[in-house]
Design a protein around this ligand. Structure first.
Ligand code: NA7
Length: 530
């Protein structure tokens, strides 16, 4: 089939992009590998999955009707409710008629002669479109650990991003969780409620902070609804589009008692405040970072009864906030339960997965269920899994050797008419806020092209060089860039992902938008349009 635009992925970005391009009068089609809409919230149906952003700051803002009609039921929405929300959106805007499900894109090749993209699906069918929009997500390519024997296990096992649609019953079962990132933390605190035994295999502890979730009553939702204009305005103004934004004061500019009181307040408040609303220098100044880390370490020692276990849960190779801070609900207290055990696999590494469980260097374990909370090939992984080829057959994977190079995180030189939503080097943060901006901006370019009879859009090499340099310069001095994590492109389960790269734009979202707005206001003259 031939379309004006093909979108890969029916998650939050793909759905909204479909709507805006359809409203522009384009023939648009979405190919989605899942059987339903929702992207991240379709795939990540592991026990305990939920937002770490306040629900009302996360939902779409483009439709007043949707804001008026939809009720969030918890301050941090659980995955089933979020998936329901995205299905409501798909129905309300009649999006499904332009989506093919179970349709995995395997290749997308640019054809200069016809100025279009030739897209191939796993089933061998091909489809063409002038514009190609990738809505494939920065955290959507799950990675299994490279531990020998993963295939041998006879019980039930799966990656957190591939949980079955039917609920898994943990009651009385011997369960293992490998991985203690944001996903592992959510899984562990939920599974511990019912499992017979839960054994957590931790390689690196992460700093966490309390989520403080609670239900939203109908009356409270009515109040929240009245304040939507303020909520959304605030999200536009803050550094990363969260309701929280750094305190303008430096850590040591305030008296010790005041500092302690501030941290107590943040630790006791909802959401990302402890990470995103902390003193302005905790992620750049080593002493400030050490001080806040010490505060959180004290909390861990207070909340975990066994001092040896508490010490194992305190990170020693990175400071607070230099990796993504998982938010938790009684996560630390899980380790006070008699049915839960923490195994430090730095001390006693896993040697292999066996038919009955797994062997570490110290012990043989037997399990009924093994859950792999081992994360994603982040940022570029979802791109690497599709054979993208641009002008003269240039492979995107080759183009990005040594780290991604983009223009505004939206375009790649040599890949005309391809636009990335939430691509590398774009503003992430509270993702839907950035997605809506990204989608509207891409829609603006395409509108401009249609109005002016243009059929080819490419960024300039100078533009890419300048943006890549800008992104690199923003990362200078950030403590997080000295640490291994998905945010610095490290994933030891994936070949070639052992070197830290600058994977993310770490400037402010308002600055990012101002830069993109300037391009639009300048009539897109910075692009090579023809
Ligand atoms: P993360 O944050 O990348 O966490 C993955 C976890 O799995 C982490 O604890 C890893 O330990 C551990 N891991 C990975 N491979 C192995 C092997 N081979 N053996 C043992 N342990 C392993 O992924 P998440 O899914 O939790 O979160 C990703 C983002 O998604 C999150 O930040 C949210 O924004 C949404 P390591 O730290 O590498 O030692």
């Amino acid at each position: 089939m031939t379309y004006d635009a093909i979108i890969i992925g029916a998650g939050i970005s793909g759905l909204y992009q479909l709507l805006t391009l359809r409203r522009l009068g384009l023939s648009v089609h979405v190919f989605e590998s899942g059987t339903g809409v929702g992207g991240t919230w379709y795939w990540n149906r592991y026990p305990g999955a939920r937002f770490d952003s306040e629900s009302y700051s996360y939902g779409y803002s483009f439709s007043q009707e949707l804001l008026d009609e939809w009720d969030w039921t918890e301050h941090f929405s659980p995955q089933p409710k979020t998936l329901e929300y995205l299905n409501v959106v798909a129905d309300k805007f009649d999006l499904r008629r332009d989506i093919t499900f179970n349709a995995k894109v395997t290749a997308a090749h640019w054809r200069e002669a016809t100025r279009d993209w030739h897209v191939t699906l796993e089933d061998g069918s091909t489809h063409d479109a002038r514009f190609l929009i990738t809505a494939i997500g920065p955290l959507s390519a799950p990675t299994m650990p490279t531990i020998p024997g993963v295939e041998d296990f006879k019980g039930f096992s799966c990656h957190t991003a591939r949980f079955p649609k039917e609920p898994v019953d943990f009651r009385g079962k011997r369960v293992a969780v490998i991985g203690t990132g944001a996903t592992g933390v959510q899984t562990i605190q939920e599974v511990a409620k019912t499992a017979g035994t839960l054994t957590v295999f931790q390689r690196t502890p992460n700093w966490t902070a309390p989520l403080h979730n609670s239900p939203i009553s109908r009356e409270e939702m009515a109040e929240i609804r009245k304040t939507y204009p303020d909520i959304l305005k605030r999200c536009q103004e803050t550094f990363s589009c969260f309701l929280h934004t750094p305190d303008p004061r430096g850590t040591f500019e305030v008296a010790p008692e005041e500092r302690e009181a501030h941290w107590e307040k943040l630790y006791g408040s909802k959401g990302f405040g402890m990470w995103q609303g902390n003193f302005r220098d905790i992620l750049t100044d080593r002493k400030a970072n050490a001080a806040v880390s010490e505060f959180v370490a004290r909390k861990i020692r207070q909340r975990v009864k066994d001092p040896k276990v508490a010490e194992k849960l305190i990170p020693t190779n990175h400071g607070f906030g230099t990796r993504r801070v998982p938010l938790e609900t009684k996560y630390l207290e899980v380790y006070n339960q008699p049915n839960v055990r923490l195994v430090d696999i730095k001390e006693t590494p896993i040697e292999r997965i066996t038919p009955a469980g797994l062997d570490t260097t110290a012990e043989k374990f037997e399990f009924d269920i093994i859950i792999y909370a081992t994360g994603f090939d982040a940022i570029t992984g979802s791109f690497d899994r599709i054979d993208f080829r641009g002008v003269d057959g240039l492979r995107l994977k080759d183009k990005w050797k040594g780290g991604p190079k983009t223009w505004l995180g939206v375009q790649v030189e040599g890949f005309p008419n391809m636009f990335m939503l939430m691509g590398p080097h774009t503003a992430l943060g509270n993702i839907p806020r950035s997605i809506e901006y990204n989608v509207d901006w891409v829609t603006g370019v395409i509108r401009h092209m249609r109005e002016n009879g243009l059929t080819r859009a490419e960024c300039s090499p100078e533009g890419v060089a300048a943006w890549t340099e800008h992104v690199k310069s923003l990362g200078v001095g950030l403590l997080s860039n000295e640490i291994d994590s998905w945010m610095t492109g490290i994933n030891r389960n994936v070949e070639g992902k052992n070197e830290r790269i600058i994977a993310r734009y770490s400037g402010s979202a308002p600055a990012y938008r101002a830069r993109c707005d300037a391009v639009a206001e300048g009539g897109y003259r910075e692009m090579k349009l023809g």
